[in-house]
Design a protein around this ligand. Structure first.
Ligand SMILES: C[S@@+](CC[C@H](N)C(=O)[O-])C[C@H]1O[C@@H](n2cnc3c(N)ncnc32)[C@H](O)[C@@H]1O
Length: 300
């Protein structure tokens, strides 16, 4: 099956229409902030000029590609901190949601295109998006997408090619593969439901030719609240790492709720809000760990 076919079966029109929720917005915001806060002595001088959100000074004014942008959550969270964001994705359903947002907000810093970076050549890309739009990026960011891509080496080569040959940087953040309670999960339309170890992410960047690779960075997003129905759907297609630091109870849970936890489709959830104010179904909190790989295109 081609990447397109596998992806179309998962990101159906129905999935795309339901993708944006308070949970995915909160998750996306946290993932982007963690990427923007990444420190590397070759990327930019450590702390001196970081902004109030702790964002590395590297990002100011940069042209950034959001690879596998989906409904634009990553792009729109990147936009305030960079010069320009261009999103690409192979799901027209997800892109339709993104483009609807762009039309309603008139956001001139952000654009999105239906492009298959793994297969389309420069001429086709230039014809679709203009001569400069999809080339010479200072940085590529990709969040929560590699586990949906069967041939991740091909994806790593593709993002390498779009980077500025003067040494652009790529950042791929995806589900951290569990090293404690190893779950062997398969899902027909999600090629890597268990995510990746840091070593696997480093390996794909090495194979693509990146230099200055660092895959030691990981972070946990706490406080993702969602309904049992949605967590159950997510858990059927993904396995989340349980190799997590202790939960800070005062940050996210009432003391009474600590310990009230169970599993939904293998995802550990915390019963934090059994009677939500909005009268909707109970919400459960869960936690997601990410591994990040960072690498630079070899300067020509
Ligand atoms: C879980 S969504 C993540 C979307 C977005 N990055 C975010 O964080 O909200 C995964 C996205 O990867 C896209 N995708 C999968 N395979 C792709 C490929 N080969 N090229 C581009 N996008 C792809 C899917 O269409 C989907 O929109």
């Amino acid at each position: 099956m081609s990447e397109q076919t596998i992806n179309d079966k998962h990101f159906t029109a129905e999935t795309a229409a339901k993708y944006d929720t308070p949970a995915t917005f909160r998750l996306g915001k946290e993932v982007v902030l963690n990427i923007l806060r990444y420190k590397h002595d070759k990327l930019a001088l450590a702390s001196a000029t970081d902004n109030a959100d702790g964002v590395n000074a590297f990002w100011a004014g940069k042209k950034v590609l959001d690879f596998a942008c989906g409904t634009g959550i990553t792009s729109l969270n990147l936009a305030p901190h960079v010069g320009q964001v261009v999103g690409v994705d192979i799901s027209d359903e997800m892109l339709a949601v993104f483009n609807h947002k762009l039309q309603s907000t008139n956001n001139s810093k952000v654009s999105a295109h239906s492009i298959n970076l793994l297969e389309e050549d420069d001429e086709t890309m230039a014809a679709k998006a203009g001569p400069d739009e999809l080339f010479n990026f200072d940085a590529v960011v990709s969040a929560l997408a590699y586990h949906h891509i069967d041939d991740i080496d091909s994806a790593s080569r593709a993002i390498y090619r779009q980077l500025n040959p003067k040494g652009g940087w790529a950042f791929v953040a995806d589900l951290a593969k569990d090293t404690v309670n190893v779950v062997d999960k398969t899902s027909p339309n999600v090629p890597h439901p268990t995510g990746f170890s840091g070593a696997e992410l480093a390996q794909t960047f090495h194979a693509a030719g990146f230099v200055n690779i660092d895959s030691s960075y990981s972070f946990v997003v706490d406080g993702i609240w969602d309904t049992e129905e949605r967590i159950s759907w997510f858990g059927k297609h993904h396995a989340l790492s349980q190799d997590l630091p202790p939960l800070e109870s005062d940050k996210h849970l009432s003391p009474l709720a600590v310990g009230l936890n169970k599993e939904i489709e293998g995802i550990r959830v915390y019963d934090v809000n059994p009677q939500p104010d909005n009268g909707g179904p109970p919400l459960y909190m869960y936690r997601m760990k990410f591994n990040v790989v960072v690498g630079q295109r070899l300067e020509e």
